[in-house]
Design a protein around this ligand. Structure first.
Ligand code: PLP
Length: 393
């Protein structure tokens, strides 16, 4: 895909994906030839920018089976989740209510709910992660049966355990119990077919840069009735219908939630990214990455003292493996394999509560993308073995 990929063994797509040339070109071409602000100008160039932004929204929405009217561009998935926590949460969650999330959440899908509950006097409760790295639907039912859960928020795919959660099942149970559901799809959209309509969650959020798109753009899909009833998150230009000295009325969806100049070139880049992924075919992307994950799990099992966390079967997990290596701190592991030209992530992966559940401070994490091959995993395993020797293990 890129020179960089040819030179380095990049096994950190879970943090951010490398960008195909078509994405770089689409963004550059937009900036070079069609750059104007949107929803303001009457001149031809401004209308080109309007059309490009609008077209990008349609393409991005179609990629995941969403409706353009309820597809909102944000800065990233973090902002998309905050939008819901502020606009829906502040109006619908209060004392005596509960927000239910899971122990495997990224801070992006944890801290906004913690702050909401603290401010509104609600309780934040957690679905537990079992020893396989999975959630229990029985515990979900028991929590919902308490009758106080207003919102269930959970990751589609865990960025640490790799667990693929049963989104449709959880969303259906939440709805039957009168709770709203929100899914953090940051790790799912880049690697498997996602149809937000079929999944049936009330809110589904994801981030462009992990889906081979640009940084600076995220996406929130929401149920129209909920979005229509919500107050805006941020206010200012472009999100209004009319403003007087003391009063204001809001613009229609999706613009009500896009205050100020939106990420225009980024939207164009993201549209090129989803076209690229569509061209590969998301079923093929998933097959490729699942097979690499299976191979990675097999090869990592050869390294003495290495423990992978999360479900043991590749079909139950996304394209990553987080692990600890006895006798070597995960940061040292990442540094040692970097000497062999292999890039992996180490740390708490923005999931400190989950690290506590796992009984570790950090893990190393190798994650694969569309451009990886088996030889990248071989290089990782060779570098890990060499690293063990450096440590005299
Ligand atoms: C599961 C999950 N949620 C949320 C995020 C946050 O993404 P962003 O920083 O693009 O908002 C990440 C990124 O690491 C993630 O893996």
């Amino acid at each position: 895909m890129l020179d960089l990929v040819a030179l380095t063994r990049l096994l950190d797509s879970g943090a951010t994906a490398q960008k195909p040339q078509v994405v770089i070109d689409a963004q550059a071409e937009h900036l070079r030839s069609h750059n104007a602000n949107v929803h303001r100008g009457v001149y031809a160039l401004a209308q080109e920018a309007d059309a490009a932004y609008d077209e990008a929204r349609h393409r991005v929405a179609a990629f995941v089976g969403g409706d353009p009217r309820t597809t909102i561009f944000t800065k990233n998935v973090t902002e998309a989740i905050n939008l819901v926590a502020y606009s829906w949460g502040r109006a619908n969650v209060g004392p005596g209510d509960a927000v239910l999330i899971t122990q495997m959440e990224h801070h992006a899908n944890l801290v906004p709910w913690q702050v909401l509950c603290r401010e509104c006097g609600a309780e934040l409760r957690y679905l537990e992660v079992d020893e396989r790295g999975e959630l229990s639907l029985e515990q979900l039912d028991a929590e919902l049966a308490r009758g106080d859960v207003k919102l269930v928020a959970f990751a589609h795919v865990s960025n640490v355990l790799g667990t693929i959660n049963p989104v449709a099942e959880i969303a259906a149970r939440a709805r039957a119990a009168g709770a709203v559901s929100l899914v953090d799809g940051a790790q799912a959209v880049p690697q498997m077919p996602v149809d937000v309509g079929a999944l049936g969650a009330d809110f589904y959020a994801w981030t462009g840069h992990k889906a081979v798109g640009p940084t600076g753009i995220g996406v929130l899909h929401g149920r129209a009735e909920l979005l229509d009833a919500m107050e805006p998150f941020l206010t200012g230009g472009d999100m209004i219908a009319s403003v007087d000295f003391q009063t204001v009325t809001w613009n229609e969806l999706p613009y009500k939630f896009e205050a100020g100049t939106p990420p225009i070139a980024e939207a164009v880049g993201l549209a090129a990214a989803v076209d690229y992924l569509d061209g590969l075919g998301m079923e093929r992307v998933r097959t490729h990455e699942r097979s690499l994950t299976e191979y990675m799990l097999e090869r990592l099992a050869e390294v003495p003292g290495l423990r992978v966390v999360g479900p043991p079967e590749a079909e139950r997990r996304g394209a990553l493996a987080s692990f600890t290596l006895e006798g070597i701190h995960p940061h040292d592991v990442a540094e040692l394999v970097d000497r062999g030209g292999v890039c992996i992530r180490a740390g708490h992966h923005c999931a400190q509560p989950l690290m506590r559940c796992l009984g570790v401070g950090a893990t190393a994490r190798a994650s694969v993308g569309v451009y990886n091959e088996r030889s990248d995993i071989d290089a990782l395993v060779d570098a890990l073995q060499a690293g063990r020797e450096v440590f005299g293990l």
